[in-house]
Design a protein around this ligand. Structure first.
Ligand code: ZN
Length: 270
């Protein structure tokens, strides 16, 4: 991976013991990718600036024995916008992918998706935020300029072409990429789709190579929704609504059991 620009992640963390902040600080500062750590015990907040994925930072905090909930994500400069897609699909596939617009021309895309068949899977932004017929109603790859299908590094590509994500032997794909064509404000309300097979990035000789990358069936998808930037999420861990925050933490990140009928959609809190 090339050098990654650090992002700031704001976590709500239960810090009830006196040594908690020190343990969390030690766990995070032991990593070369972590640039800074700031902890506010009173507010139950941990702010981490790093080039790690949100899942990696969360695991570092939680390995100290405390639970952590991501409250906001931001870049080093003033943020232009952020979004989140809760992805779910075939079998037990589920995940969360976050979009953070670092500048006019750079969008950071950070995600973890579980339940995949190990190996590469095409990842694309599709035109429609319509899941009425599962992922097949998402439309085609988002293509505002009428170009051909390609890879994320190609000049001739659909704006929604994000290449491939790689699932490990445990079925998890954890990724952090930067893209010059995806803009948070363009993709909110559209969808993110994961494909069955590897995207050939337009380089295969299959008739579908220049249309979809011949990456097989759509196996998981989610609508891209606006999300909170740093310090924009007013929820606190306290007797008042902390319970809600922690209940959300223990719910699956997507799919069945994630949303309850009659309650606000969890994506709105992220
Ligand atoms: Zn495409």
């Amino acid at each position: 991976m090339e050098t990654q620009r650090p992002t700031k992640l704001e976590f709500a963390v239960q810090m009830t013991c006196e040594s908690c902040p020190d343990k969390i600080r030690a766990a995070l500062q032991g990593k070369p990718e972590v640039k800074s750590v700031s902890i506010d015990v009173g507010r139950g907040e941990v702010l981490v600036e790093s080039a790690l994925t949100t899942a990696e930072v969360q695991a570092l905090i939680e390995n100290t024995g405390r639970r952590a909930v991501l409250k906001g994500i931001g870049g080093s400069e003033q943020d232009v916008g952020s979004a989140v897609a809760m992805v779910s699909g075939v079998g037990s596939i589920q995940g969360v992918v976050r979009f953070l617009q670092l500048s006019e021309g750079q969008c950071l895309i950070d995600g973890t998706i579980d339940g995949l068949v190990p190996g590469p899977h095409g990842l694309h932004v599709h035109t429609l935020g319509d899941l009425t017929v599962d992922c097949s109603s998402c439309g085609e790859h988002y293509n505002p300029f009428g170009t051909g299908h390609g890879g994320p590094g190609d000049a001739d590509r659909h704006a929604g072409d994000l290449g491939n994500i790689m699932a490990g032997p445990d079925g998890r794909a954890s990724f952090r990429l930067e893209d010059s064509q995806v803009k948070v404000w363009d993709v909110i309300g559209r969808s993110l789709v994961v494909d069955e097979k590897e995207d050939d990035l337009g380089r295969g000789n299959h008739p579908l190579s220049k249309q979809t990358g011949n990456s097989g069936e759509r196996i998981a998808c989610g609508i891209i929704a606006r999300s909170a930037g740093l310090f924009q999420n007013p929820k606190q861990i306290c007797a008042c609504d902390g319970v809600t925050l922690w209940e959300e933490r223990d719910r699956p990140i997507a799919g069945k059991g994630r949303s309850k009928a009659g309650t606000e959609t969890p994506a709105a809190h992220l």
